[in-house]
Design a protein around this ligand. Structure first.
Ligand SMILES: Nc1nc2c(c(=O)[nH]1)N[C@H]1C(S)=C(S)[C@@H](COP(=O)(O)OP(=O)(O)OC[C@H]3O[C@@H](n4cnc5c(=O)[nH]c(N)nc54)[C@H](O)[C@@H]3O)O[C@H]1N2
Ligand SMILES: Nc1nc2c(c(=O)[nH]1)N[C@H]1C(S)=C(S)[C@@H](COP(=O)(O)OP(=O)(O)OC[C@H]3O[C@@H](n4cnc5c(=O)[nH]c(N)nc54)[C@H](O)[C@@H]3O)O[C@H]1N2
Ligand SMILES: [Mo]
Length: 560
């Protein structure tokens, strides 16, 4: 862990979930927290009740707006302009934390230049947020003693995703909101263990612990630990793989716990690519749409059937213990990997120990792997299963008697100086035109999880949110002669789906929203797979679509 940028790159919260209660101001931007992180959402609502001012920036009227002091309803894909303007106002009115900037940041002059032209009036034209609202939000944010920033996919799933995150880091830095409770820069991670996966190097350019593939010393270290030379070549990001397959650069794939046929933007393109693979292995707890394309399916055990640790969004490492044995031929993921690597390496040193008769686990076990992790990364060097028995530990935890570090940067910025970025705003890759006049944004609902492999098997959850819909503003609906519940066709340059319209002023004129959980009306047939040039995330939050009414008799036929 070498610096702020690395820590930002790791995308962990700098602060704690419980600390939200202590904040004076919360800026929630691009996060539908009450639906997608309900427990964290509850903390926010409690904080708001206790007097913390809530600033919400979201193109849709999400539930948090009901408790907000201010709601900035930006046009999707314009966050960069909005955040630059917030910084502009703070500097123009002298509301910045000059002492913090002086002591803890670098590149201030270039950053200041970069926002000099980003007036609230300029940002209003781009984002549709009134200049006066931007000014008021900037004043509320900057005058707080403790202001926390909370963001998720509304910020990152753009071709400008990395720039958006850097812009938020600028805002936190110039107001001195790092290294104290109730503040910080807080990406709320999506899955139970996505943080652990990133920490362990599930990324084509990192070894475990954010040690880069092109760092000689790191390569040497991992060659030693793993007893085999490690590659100095970067891999591909998952989002780059469909194109690599089509270009003939990738022939085989082993997919574990993902269902990209439904979750990849421009999924028809992804499907065609996967169909071209010479060899596809899918390891999943269910026979998914992706598994149906596989040459080999490896049935995996679920979280409740295995041992290990999960690292949550606030960097807290917690023990998970299996509650029940896996069913049928299912095996826990680690045992499957052990068995396959033993077959691959054979006499060259692969090891897969005896099979446990009850749980079917194959050594090395999760506990052995954890012990190795503590030798790979200083930030977890002080952890052990014994310590975790007593309770969770938060990294960095470098020594066996170290209590863990719930809040980062309390002793100054970890990388030395916080880097202020000079950025220029650039909009989404695809914008509406005559043929596709509406902006489509996509996301989640409380009761469903991603491609629905798990939640759609639960009658209670499925009953609560059983089908797809497209949210549309009443003005757009009237122009298309639509009534609530009418069947429509939504199409983009990449595909078309049919689904009912939900007429609501949650969205502004010109914007529609479709949840991406439903395979029968898969939003990702429409979305754009344009990538952020730096982190390679796809622009799932903005593309251009048209919506057309389907005549009643055709709608009826389509139901058959
Ligand atoms: N119930 C449920 N919870 C989940 C998940 C799930 O599938 N279901 N998935 C988990 C995972 S992996 C993740 S990553 C998280 C995601 O959690 P979130 O990011 O909160 O979820 P989304 O619904 O994708 O999008 C969040 C918000 O972004 C807004 N938005 C759209 N376009 C823009 C834009 O251009 N700018 C801004 N600022 N906002 C925009 C949307 O209106 C929406 O309110 O949720 C996690 N939690
Ligand atoms: N349009 C649009 N597209 C999006 C997004 C969006 O906001 N809009 N969000 C994106 C984001 S942030 C995310 S995270 C992705 C999610 O995309 P995916 O990860 O592809 O979606 P899931 O449905 O969560 O798929 C996870 C799979 O893992 C399986 N599984 C569950 N537990 C285990 C286990 O213990 N072991 C194994 N081997 N398998 C298991 C499940 O059955 C499921 O098939 O979607 C992305 N796609
Ligand atoms: Mo996610």
């Amino acid at each position: 862990m070498t610096g702020l940028v690395t820590v930002l790159g790791s995308g962990a919260m700098t602060n704690t979930i419980n600390g939200i209660i202590e904040s004076d101001v919360m800026l929630v931007i691009g996060s539908n927290t009450t639906e997608t992180h309900p427990i964290i959402g509850l903390r926010m609502l409690t904080a708001a009740k206790k007097g913390s001012k809530l600033l919400v920036a979201d193109p849709r009227r999400i539930k948090l707006c009901d408790s907000a002091t201010l709601w900035m309803q930006q046009r999707p894909g314009t966050d960069g302009a909005l955040i630059h303007a917030l910084c502009h106002v703070i500097l123009r009115e002298g509301l910045e934390d000059a002492a913090f900037i002086e002591a803890h940041t670098e590149n201030f002059a270039a950053f200041k230049d970069s926002v000099a032209q980003c007036t609230p009036e300029w940002a209003e034209k781009i984002s549709q947020v009134p200049a006066s609202v931007i000014e008021e939000a900037a004043r509320i944010f900057a005058s707080a003693e403790k202001a926390g920033i909370y963001y998720t996919m509304g910020i990152t799933q753009h071709t400008s995703g990395t720039d958006n995150v850097c812009a938020l880091a600028n805002l936190a830095l110039i107001t001195g909101n790092l290294g104290k409770p109730g503040a910080g820069l807080n990406p709320l991670r999506g899955q139970n263990n996505v943080q652990g996966a990133s920490d362990m190097g599930c990324n084509p350019t990192y070894f475990p612990g954010y040690q880069r593939f092109d760092d000689e010393a790191a390569r040497e270290k991992f060659s030693q630990i793993w007893g085999t030379p490690v590659s100095g070549r970067p891999g591909l990001m998952a989002t780059e793989m469909p194109a690599a397959i089509t270009e003939g650069k990738l022939a085989g794939l082993w997919i574990m716990g993902e269902n990209p046929i439904l979750s990849d933007p421009n999924s028809d393109h992804a499907r065609k690519a996967f169909e071209q693979l010479e060899f596809l292995v899918v390891q999943d707890i269910f026979l998914t749409e992706t598994a149906e394309l596989a040459d080999v399916v490896l049935p995996a055990a679920s979280f409740a059937e295995k041992d290990g640790t999960f690292t949550n969004t606030e960097r807290k490492v917690q023990r998970v213990r299996r509650a029940v044995p896996p069913r049928g031929e299912a095996r826990d993921d680690l045992s499957i990997i052990n068995m396959v690597s033993k077959r691959m390496l054979g006499s060259q040193g692969g090891y897969a120990g005896p099979v446990d008769p009850l749980y079917h686990t194959v050594a090395p076990l999760a506990a052995d792997v954890f012990a190795e992790i503590t030798t790979c990364w200083q930030a977890m060097a002080g952890m052990s299963y014994d310590r975790l028995e007593q309770g969770a530990l938060t990294w960095p935890c470098p020594e066996a008697d170290h209590p863990g570090t719930p809040i980062l940067h309390t002793q100054g910025i970890v990388r030395g100086k916080g880097l202020l970025s000079a950025l220029t705003w650039s909009g989404p890759e695809e914008i509406p035109d005559e043929e596709y006049p509406l902006i489509l944004t996509t996301g989640r609902v409380l009761y469903q999880y991603h491609t629905g492999t798990m939640t759609r098997r639960s009658p209670v959850l499925e009953g609560a949110a059983p089908s797809a819909y497209v949210e549309m503003n009443p003005e757009d609906a009237t122009a298309l002669d639509l009534e609530d519940g009418n069947e429509v066709q939504a199409s983009s340059r990449r595909g078309a789906i049919r689904l009912p319209v939900r007429i609501t002023d949650r969205v502004r004129k010109g914007l529609v929203f479709i949840p991406f959980h439903y395979k029968e009306a898969a939003a990702n047939l429409l979305t754009n797979d344009a990538l952020d040039p730096q982190c390679k995330i796809a622009e799932a939050k903005v593309c251009a679509v048209k919506v057309e009414k389907i005549a009643a008799e055709n709608a009826a036929i389509s139901l058959n």
